[in-house]
Design a protein. Structure first.
Length: 181
């Protein structure tokens, strides 16, 4: 994963759990707590997974909840970055953005050439729901992160919604029921 993901995880911990907690996490990971991740460098996925597991261990918060919180935080982080305009371009509301995630990732690949982006396919839609298949080549258990991302998209647009992982459809890694309230 690009370092921007790991950098966002560091910032989330510092903002929500404090500098001392990040220092403990960095020590366990054998990282300099004052150093930043290079946002455009590719890091092995294991670095991200170890970071999440260590955040969970040190904070006492389940890895699942860390990933959900991180997914929501990721959307906030992206809104404050140079990618905020891309988010706005691909979604004037939560429904439009959720349906445009693949196009958004295609656009990001223009500047992040080695991006190994997931794919999202809307397989069913009604006035109040979307059913979305999530595909990824990564071996990481990121389904809870996706749940958080979807919830973060609702927050970004100041909309209400629920996200629930349901029985997987087809060859997807996971399937989500997204409800618009």
């Amino acid at each position: 994963m690009y370092g921007m993901v790991n950098q966002a995880a560091k910032k989330m911990v510092i903002e929500k759990l404090g500098e001392q907690t990040w220092t403990k996490i960095a020590d366990k990971l054998k990282l300099d707590p004052n150093a930043d991740f290079d946002v455009f460098e590719q890091y092995d996925d294991k670095v991200t997974l170890e970071t999440v597991l260590t955040i969970s261990e040190v904070s006492g918060i389940s890895a699942e909840n860390i990933l959900i919180d991180f997914g929501k935080y990721w959307v906030e982080y992206a809104q404050k970055s140079e990618y905020s305009e891309i988010l706005k371009t691909f979604g004037t509301n939560a429904r439009v953005l959720l349906k445009s995630l693949d196009k958004l990732h295609e656009r990001l690949q223009l500047s992040l050439t080695n991006l190994n982006a997931p794919s999202f396919e809307v397989v069913d839609e009604s006035d109040s729901t979307l059913i979305i298949n999530y595909y990824s080549e990564r071996d990481l258990p990121l389904e809870s992160f996706v749940t958080g991302l979807f919830l973060g998209i609702f927050d970004m647009h100041k909309e209400k919604g629920n996200v629930k992982q349901i029985d997987t459809l087809g060859e997807a890694k996971a399937t989500f029921l997204v409800e618009f309230l």
